[in-house]
Ligand binder design. Structure first.
Ligand code: 5RP
Length: 224
């Protein structure tokens, strides 16, 4: 079954986790885009959404879903719904393939429940086959790369259109390949402690609570 059909199926299934009359958190990426399009049909049921990227904010607005700044909200978000690049059987994730990892982590940390939506290619035994994105202050990318290499990875500065990629926050991204992440909590803390690192795309301290995993035979609901 094409991956997009699986993404569409889990995106629609995630509507069951959207509470009425609340503001929800919404992620970034192709699976999140399917979710936003589905949410558009239910826009009158919710007050609005907090977006994890400029692209998500634009897509939400295109469906006339009100977009809120996180600073405007006093109550915790009841749910954050987003995709992942990889997810483990324990609910730890690699995220940031789309470059939105910092805002994703902030919104995830402000939400009571994280619902991950993913096709079954994202479920892995050990995290690390997908290069781990690390958002960094641009002036520090080469010193951070050296430290990441000492941790066993092969960092590569993300390039788009022949120039260094910039996140919505104006920062650079190092994509770190060659890691076998046996202890995601430890590695998340190690990388976060490197001066100049803004966010590592390991979501272990605040992993998923639920994963709706799209498979050719239906949706598997994993609870962590
Ligand atoms: C963006 C992300 C996405 O959730 C991740 O890249 C998965 O994307 P997709 O749904 O397109 O496979 O972390 O920063």
């Amino acid at each position: 079954m094409p991956q997009d059909q699986l993404k569409l199926a889990v995106a629609r299934a995630a509507l069951a986790y959207v509470p009425k009359n609340r503001i929800i958190g919404v992620g970034t990426g192709s699976t999140a885009n399917f979710f936003i399009d589905a949410l558009g049909e239910r826009k009158d049921d919710i007050v609005g959404a907090v977006a994890s990227s400029d692209a998500t904010a634009e897509r939400l607005r295109s469906h006339r879903i009100p977009v809120f700044d996180l600073n405007e909200i006093s109550d915790p978000l009841s749910v954050y719904i987003d995709g992942a690049d990889e997810i483990s059987a324990q609910g730890a994730m690699i995220k940031g393939g789309g470059g939105a990892l910092t805002r994703e982590k902030i919104i995830a940390s402000a939400a009571t429940q994280f619902v991950c939506i993913a096709d079954d290619s994202k479920l892995v035994g050990t995290l690390g086959r997908f290069p781990l994105p690390v958002e960094v202050i641009p002036m520090a990318h080469s010193t951070i790369a050296k430290t990441l290499a000492k941790l066993g990875g092969k960092p590569q500065l993300r390039i788009r259109d022949n120039r260094p990629y910039r996140t919505d926050n104006g920062n650079a991204i190092l994509d770190v390949s060659g890691l076998q992440i046996e202890d995601p909590l430890w590695l998340e803390d190690q990388i976060n402690a490197i001066p100049g690192v803004v966010t590592v795309g390991l979501f272990a301290r605040r992993g998923a609570d639920i994963c709706l995993l799209g498979t050719p035979t239906g949706i598997n609901t994993l609870r962590f």
